[in-house]
Design a binder for this molecule. Structure first.
Ligand code: ARG
Length: 585
């Protein structure tokens, strides 16, 4: 199905050619949706943009465009407004036919991209031997949503987990465990991740104070990098341990990822240094090899170096990222790479990208971006912590969300005097609890900090997952109440848009495609959340004003179809956010 804006764009282009000649055939007429439908449904300000180029009054240009603009079955005759805006109002008959057609479209009007672009989304990426923290949770939820959206649009998406599984910290950890818990280095599952994290902290303290220990740790790194069998095996065990813990979280959140940790790029690090050298980018600074960067200075205002090889020969986080970039562009043939981490790493990525450009690793065709996100805060406005002040474990956080959801649900069941089976209650609590955590995150503008509150994310009122899930389940209950199987409704049902709330809902339903494209462009999932929330509200208004089961055919079947389309839109939209729906709750 051609989308409305695409169709309008074609009509506009034709009008531009007719009015001003073939030179104007490639111009983007800038047709956009308008949020306030008082003046119409779409608007173009192309006349204002062209005014400079053709040196004419924008109002006159708008008039000329309108005189040549044939919108046919799509919209009423266009009008001009203000300094030269062109307003378009869709025809009701057009909307009706569009909605009728989307009934048999599993994509509900969302276009497939015609680019066969390869995209990498680098997200989640926790660190071995450390707990996954809320920052990784945000990265996981946002990255997954972006990957799902791009996959649905038809891009080839590679979801990469850039695990922190390499570097000096392993030397330290292995040296320490060798002393205090040697079995952890030879037997699987000797430790759990909590112990591992404690040992990690102790090892770090030792490393910072004790020169001899430091030397032993450094030797371990050398052994590890040189492929010493015993050390490698110990490292592998530690990685497996953490990996299993991470997998528990991924399973609960329904996240698919391809693991390619920092260690994967180890064999390519030396070449990166050679390549930087070839481009004459390397400078020695106190024994370390660095690249000096434009636009980055230290506190004293001196040029800031990015260290790519330490004085002891070891490599850095940035060096693996340079190697990863090269691999992804050359071997994976990625044309677009999206990194999802907290805003605190913005400088790191800006520096890595700058060096990669200078070294010709990134070329013009590739689009490499870091998309930052804000902090998760506790209700006290500070960084999210447990009551005892330690970092929140993700497992506990998810458990607690599910428990809260269960309590809320049991309260409601009691109030409504309903009895449900244990399995049913378990399932509702899971879906609502996990959905609420994801939705609370995605519905915020990605770049802002947000306050994590179980109470807020689980309320049935407002822009929350339970509200959306409830709207969906409510529509399913209409079908149960009326003993109607939406899928078995007659094939040739007409959509009739009569009442204002009905027209409003119909207009909104056909906008999904545009919203998804916006998410794709801005990589801001909250745009989709806002749409789904608004859609649920519009549906509720429609349902309050327009009897469905109590009306007569053909209005009844038309309204049933609108109900079904709304439910399918919610389901599809939520699935792109990584949230599943409930038929009953
Ligand atoms: N492991 C890093 C961290 O926990 C995130 C890695 C992000 N991806 C990357 N290619 N640097 O902060």
């Amino acid at each position: 199905m051609t989308s409305i804006s695409k169709q309008l764009t074609q009509y506009f282009r034709q009008a531009l050619v007719n009015a001003f000649g073939t030179d104007f055939a490639e111009i983007d007429p800038l047709v956009v949706l308008v949020s306030n439908s008082k003046f119409g449904d779409y608007q173009s300000n192309i006349a204002l943009v062209l005014a400079k180029k053709i040196r004419e009054n924008p109002r006159d240009i708008a008039k000329k465009i309108i005189d040549n603009l044939a919108l046919k079955e799509l919209a009423d005759p266009p009008t001009t407004a203000g300094p030269g805006f062109i307003n378009i109002r869709l025809k009701i008959t057009y909307l009706e036919s569009k909605l009728k057609a989307s009934r048999y479209d599993p994509r509900l009007g969302i276009e497939r991209t015609d680019l066969s672009q390869k995209v990498i989304v680098d997200f989640s990426s926790p660190n071995i031997a450390k707990e996954m923290h809320v920052g990784h949770l945000r990265s996981t939820i946002i990255g997954d949503c972006i990957a799902r959206t791009l996959e649905f649009r038809g891009y080839h998406v590679l979801r990469l987990n850039h695990l922190g599984d390499w570097g000096t910290q392993f030397g330290m950890l292995i040296a320490y465990l060798d002393e205090v818990c040697p079995e952890a280095l030879t037997t699987a599952d000797a430790l759990d991740i909590g112990d591992l994290e404690t040992f990690y902290k102790q090892a770090k303290q030792r490393f910072d104070k004790d020169e001899t220990f430091k030397q032993t740790a450094k030797n371990k790194v050398v052994q590890l990098q040189a492929g010493d069998e015993k050390t490698r095996h110990a490292w592998q065990l530690l990685c497996d341990q953490s990996r299993r813990e991470f997998q528990v979280i991924y399973n609960r959140l329904d996240i698919k990822l391809t693991e390619r940790g920092e260690s994967f790029y180890n064999p390519f690090l030396e070449d990166i240094i050679k390549e930087l050298d070839k481009h004459k980018l390397l400078k020695e600074d106190a024994g370390a090899r660095c690249v000096f960067l434009d636009g980055f200075t230290n506190k004293a205002g001196a040029p800031f170096p990015l260290i790519v090889q330490k004085s002891d020969g070891g490599y850095n986080y940035a060096t693996s990222d340079l190697a990863a970039l090269k691999y992804r562009i050359e071997k994976d043939k990625a044309e677009r790479i999206i990194y999802v981490t907290d805003a605190g790493q913005a400088n790191h990525f800006a520096q890595v990208f700058q060096v990669a450009k200078k070294a010709n690793i990134i070329h013009d065709q590739s689009e490499i971006i870091h998309i930052p996100f804000g902090l998760v805060k506790g209700e006290d406005g500070k960084r999210l912590k447990t009551r005892s002040g330690t970092t929140v474990k993700l497992r506990d956080l998810l458990d607690e969300a599910v428990n809260h959801a269960r309590q809320d649900f049991e309260k409601r069941l009691k109030k409504e005097q309903r009895k449900e089976s244990r399995e049913f209650i378990d399932n509702v609590s899971q879906v609502v609890g996990i959905g609420a955590v994801k939705y609370a995150d995605l519905s915020q503008n990605r770049t802002s900090d947000y306050v994590f509150s179980y109470e807020k994310m689980l309320t049935l009122q407002g822009n929350t997952a339970p509200y959306m899930l409830y709207a969906y389940a409510r529509i399913q209950s209409i079908s149960r109440e009326g003993k109607i199987d939406f899928q078995k409704l007659a094939k040739d049902i007409e959509i009739i848009l009569k009442e204002d709330t009905e027209i409003d809902l119909g207009k909104y339903l056909v906008q999904l495609n545009e919203v998804i494209k916006e998410v794709e462009k801005t990589l801001l999932p909250n745009r989709l959340c806002d749409y789904l929330y608004e859609l649920s509200k519009k549906f509720n208004r429609f349902y309050e004003n327009c009897p469905v089961l109590r009306s007569e055919n053909p209005l009844k079947t038309s309204r049933l179809l609108l109900c079904d389309l709304t439910a399918r839109t919610l389901k599809l939209g939520l699935s792109l956010l990584g949230i599943s729906v409930l038929e009953r709750m």
